[in-house]
Design a protein around this ligand. Sequence first.
Ligand code: PMP
Ligand code: GLN
Length: 371
Amino acid sequence: IASRLAGFGTTIFTEMSALAERTGAINLGQGFPDEDGPAAVLEAAQAAMRDGRNQYAPLPGVPALRAAIAEHQQRFYGIELDPASQVQVTMGATEAIAAAILGLCEPGDDVLAFDPYYDSYPAATAMAGARFVPIPLDPPDFTFDDIVVGPKARVILINSPHNPTGRVFSREELQRIADVVIEHDLIAITDEVYEHLVFDGLEHIPLSTLPGMAERTLSISSLGKTFSVTGWKVGWATGPAELVAAVRAAKQFLTFAGATPFQHAGAAALRLDDDWYRAFALELQAKRDHLCDAFSHFTVARPQGTYFANVDVGRDATEFARELPYEAGVVAIPTSVFSATPERLAPYLRFAFCKRLPVIDEAARRLQSLE
Ligand code: PMP
Ligand code: GLN
């Protein structure tokens, strides 16, 4: 393994899902739903295959999906995009993030990101020869202090709704970030994969809709979380044509294209009506409450969005997570694995609640038996 990747090891998701399989424990570690996405969306993928849409997609993505992404951005956020030059389809948000960093950063540039962070961010930064600079989100409320920006800073990555904390950044927080981006002439890359998984009447605000930010923000999302099809790996990057061109420049030599029938199905998915999106968020909110209510004996930060809840287990959560599959038959992930300063997050354990209610109930029953 090349030195730029040597420190990263195996992802925690692989390790913990293997542990769940080995022990037969309920897997609330890796975040993936245990139910399929909407039937009409699954049928659209099968129809695309039957209709012979099985060869390479064009590099920017199939036109129907690019049009649907532009419509979605207009419908939910009032953002206007040219589907030809301002939308790039990728193999999931993960490829969009990697291609964006590879396409925009010089070796030695700084990439800033909130810590804890999704684990692909530092790895993609390392692949580009850039330097990863964490900005701490501090427990118990996971808010941030002043953002320190060095002379080599090029990109700031913003993930809201935020994995693993479940935070949804407020307009005030986003404005503080926007002020820093503008003052230091940075590029903002937003990871909005949980954009529709927001609870309690809160609103997801894309950073690009703040004054002066549309021309500085590359926005990334994907089908996986919104439509419960994490295995399809269809994502996209949208924004100013020159930022999208940088993603395209890298993407063409990473994968060129991908998943043609799923791209067609993505167009059908994004066009589901507003009621569908609302009902999905409400269903997930009920699952959140089910899980959070089960932790009467621990402190749990009820998340504002995503499908993750962080529980303060009152001791070292890494040790606790190792014992949990054996003692309670449940797998969860220590939040500190998503941090460059793990001691800060030592007692937190991340539980995924994107599971059927009976599964959550059973996990809750097992967790309560620990008391
Ligand atoms: N960003 C965040 C914050 C995530 O949690 C995930 C989901 N694993 C991704 C990106 C990856 O998305 P995709 O599966 O579309 O590559
Ligand atoms: N995003 C999911 C999580 O945080 C899973 C990602 C993955 O398996 N790479 O659990």
